[in-house]
Design a protein around this ligand. Structure first.
Ligand code: 3E9
Ligand code: MG
Ligand code: MG
Ligand code: MG
Ligand code: MG
Length: 364
């Protein structure tokens, strides 16, 4: 057996925060899971202990309590799909059949009145989520939620193809898949609903704003890959995370951990600079949106080191109790990942730092 990896304190410049009703919300989410019978009895029994309501309360620390609850129930529902069907279920090895089920669920999200999947608990839960999205969101936010659900589903079908073949994608493909299969983009419309505003498309879809959201997804999913590595590696069967992808590229487990941390640190430094720049020039709604991206990152971190989902008390993971304020790598230099290397072209290098290739071209 290889020695257990020990995860050191990870760099986070974002302060922690939590909604004052977090305890009630966590209890309500467990009750919601029971009402709709999300997942098998065994899976649901685990999910209701994992403080998913507390996680949501960290993502929207000052949000409307009804939307914090909605997001909590939705995240639990997503684990019902991701754990129940993709990672632990039969369909996780049958991408074609998985695609069929996920298409049907999309239809239920889009047209909850459609008389289909009427005995399916996940479909019933999804109808309830859609009703509440109609109550707290705009037509545009609902449409983006359905589209984001589709992009999440599309990516888990790709992941299922690798699971069936037993293959590990290269780093560029993995990054592309991971921007969606962590279900981070489906949470974004709820960040707006949580504070009762609608970000206008000309701001939300600006390349630099979209990049900030993608960087948040990268940081959240790399952090998850680091914190969930213990849980994932000990589970029976296939697993896929950034550490496994880096090991496949020739690194030892310890080197893979160090590289994954350096990668997310570099993206965190870039994210900080980009969001400072965007906040200075954007609307109050954009500033709120960027603040929420940061709460999402920090909330996933605080939940990731504390939930029994990842600490696995019966076989404890070596997770850090705190975060730190120094990155292991603060270079303003693109990661060697073509799908995201363009992020570094959006922000000028800080004074005294390596200039990027693009800036050299511009000043030459
Ligand atoms: C996360 O990846 C899978 C998602 C479906 C989980 C639902 C969570 C969110 C929508 C918020 C984002 C939070 C994250 C990524 C923690 P993975 O590696 O299957 O999650 P696991 O918990 O099994 O490590
Ligand atoms: Mg997954
Ligand atoms: Mg998982
Ligand atoms: Mg994980
Ligand atoms: Mg252990």
């Amino acid at each position: 057996m290889e020695p257990e990896l020990s995860v050191p304190p990870i760099f986070s410049p974002i302060p922690p925060a939590i909604h004052p009703h977090h305890a009630d919300i966590d209890v309500q989410t467990a009750a919601w899971a029971e009402t709709f019978r999300i997942g098998s009895d065994e899976l649901r029994g685990k999910l209701v202990t994992q403080e998913i309501g507390t996680f949501s309360a960290r993502i929207l620390p000052e949000g409307r309590a009804e939307v914090v609850s909605l997001l909590a129930d939705f995240v639990l529902w997503l684990f019902g799909v991701d754990d129940g069907h993709c990672e632990e279920g039969e369909l996780g090895h049958r991408p074609g059949d998985l695609a069929g089920l996920l298409h049907r669920l999309i239809r239920v999200a889009q047209n909850p009145e459609a008389p289909m999947m009427q005995d399916d608990p996940l479909a019933a839960g999804l109808r309830d989520l859609r009703l509440r999205i109609d109550r707290y969101g705009t037509a545009g936010q609902r449409a983006r939620w359905v589209d984001a659900l589709r992009e999440y589903f599309f990516s888990v079908v790709w992941e299922a193809a690798h699971r069936r073949a037993g293959t590990v994608p290269d780093l560029n493909d993995y990054t592309l898949m991971r921007l969606y299969d962590g279900a981070t983009s489906v949470v974004l419309p709820m960040l707006e609903m949580g504070y009762g505003y609608e970000l206008q498309p000309h701001e939300r879809d600006r390349t630099a704003v979209r990049a900030a959201a993608e960087m948040a997804s990268f940081i959240i999913t790399w952090d998850n890959d680091i914190f969930s590595h213990h849980k994932e590696r000990r589970s029976p069967g296939y697993y896929l995370n950034a550490l496994r992808v880096l090991e496949q590229g020739g690194l030892s487990p310890q080197e893979a951990l160090d590289v994954a941390i350096a990668q997310r640190d570099r993206v965190m430094c870039l994210y900080t600079r980009l969001t400072e720049q965007l906040s200075a020039e954007g609307s109050p709604q954009l500033r709120q949106y960027l603040n929420s991206l940061s709460s999402f990152i920090r909330g996933a971190q605080d939940w990731g080191i504390s939930s029994v989902r990842y600490t696995t008390p019966d076989d404890p993971a070596n997770l850090p109790p705190v975060f730190c304020d120094t990155p292991t790598d603060d270079r303003h230099e693109p990661l060697d990942i073509p799908a995201v290397a363009w992020w570094w072209e959006l922000v000028p290098a800080p004074a005294g730092q390596t200039t990027t290739r693009r800036r050299v071209e511009q000043t030459a």
